[in-house]
Design a binder for this molecule. Structure first.
Ligand code: FES
Ligand code: FE2
Length: 344
């Protein structure tokens, strides 16, 4: 798949966690391009191509002074808008020295960037992840996992949580509850919801230490998807028949950004059921890391490798119903990409 057909460009993509971007120059490959990210003196984020227009050295290896970056190779200096403002060899700034920059916004601890038409970058289209910040708990526990697979294979995995019963035996283990659950997929404007509802079961594992394990509970796993691959999972449990909002609720972010067509940055975050503590946070971090690195990642990577480069639809995937969310997300993206290729 060539990159023109691999991802929509007019969309907000996650570039980094806010706490990854500081004064130092951060290089990260995003949508196949090397990107330079840094935090400007006013706290906002600069995002530009990490390639000097002279002999193409990575600007991230250069030096920063105020909001300017000097190339490590022959010393051209650029401002945060990508404009060359100093040429050490002449008073004149040569032609062809503009570095491409991208709209970038930090919200809910997430740095978003817009690789498409800058005029169309509407911040109101950034999906809401404010639920990651819980009063009294502060910021969520977060991580970034590299994955050698196309990002849409990660979306398939997340919009079809039936895999919990098979893939997550060592961590979240559903103990058969998924089989007893009801699954529904619905679209609400540009948002896709893929939800599981599991009433009258033993207390789900995220309520450990809060509910008696024998207590009858209603349990839900509600996944919200926005293009290109920004997902928010609500994991809930409440006493059977009680109001949902009275229950134990955790929110997770699962946000996938293509590193290239064949590799993905998997950004994840989770809230806690109890106030932060060093030991509790470390345990939760380990559980999440294990589940993603040792359970999801190997099956997603093996699946993608097993495509042998073929297009997903050309392989004529069988349809089980539980996979409807992933199918709709794929169709949605396909339409966005087609639209952009018709009106580039
Ligand atoms: S490569 Fe940057 S100034 Fe020459
Ligand atoms: Fe998983």
């Amino acid at each position: 798949m060539d990159s023109a057909h691999a991802f929509p460009r007019n969309a907000w993509y996650m570039a980094a966690w806010g706490n990854e971007v500081g004064e130092t120059l951060l290089r990260r490959r995003l949508l196949g391009e090397p990107m330079l990210l840094f935090r400007k003196e006013d706290g906002s984020i600069a995002a530009m191509i990490d390639r000097c227009p002279h002999r193409f050295a990575p600007l991230s290896l250069g030096t920063r002074s105020g909001d300017t970056v000097t190339c490590p190779y022959h010393g051209l200096t650029f401002d945060a808008a990508g404009t060359c403002i100093r040429n050490p060899f002449s008073e004149t700034i040569p032609k062809g020295t503009q570095v491409a920059t991208f709209p970038a916004i930090e919200r809910d601890g997430i740095v978003w960037f817009w690789p498409g038409d800058a005029e169309a970058a509407d911040p109101s289209r950034i999906p809401d992840f404010s639920m990651l910040f819980v009063e009294g708990h502060g910021a969520p526990i977060s991580g970034l996992m590299p994955m050698n697979a196309n990002f849409q294979y990660g979306t398939d995995n997340l919009l079809d949580l039936s895999h919990i019963e098979f893939v997550h035996k060592g961590s979240f283990a559903g103990r058969g509850v998924i089989f007893a659950g009801e699954h529904s997929v619905r679209e609400d404007g540009d948002t896709i919801h893929s939800d599981w509802w599991m009433p009258d079961i033993a207390a789900p594992s995220h309520t450990l230490g809060i509910y008696d394990p024998q207590m009858r509970c209603d349990h839900w796993l509600d996944m919200r998807w926005n293009a290109p691959a920004s997902m928010c999972l609500e994991i809930g449990g409440c006493p059977h028949g009680a109001e949902r909002k009275s229950g134990v609720i955790v929110h997770q972010a699962h946000i996938l950004t293509p590193e290239t067509v064949d590799a993905t940055h998997y950004f994840w975050a989770t809230t806690r059921t109890m106030p932060p503590s060093e030991q509790g946070d470390a345990m939760l971090f380990d559980l999440m890391s294990q589940a993603f690195s040792e359970e999801d990642k190997p099956i997603i990577e093996a699946t993608y490798a097993n495509m042998d480069g073929a297009d997903f639809w050309d392989r004529k995937p069988a349809f089980l119903g539980i996979d409807a969310g992933g199918t709709r997300a794929r169709r949605f993206l396909q339409k966005l990409i087609q639209k952009e290729n018709v009106n580039p």
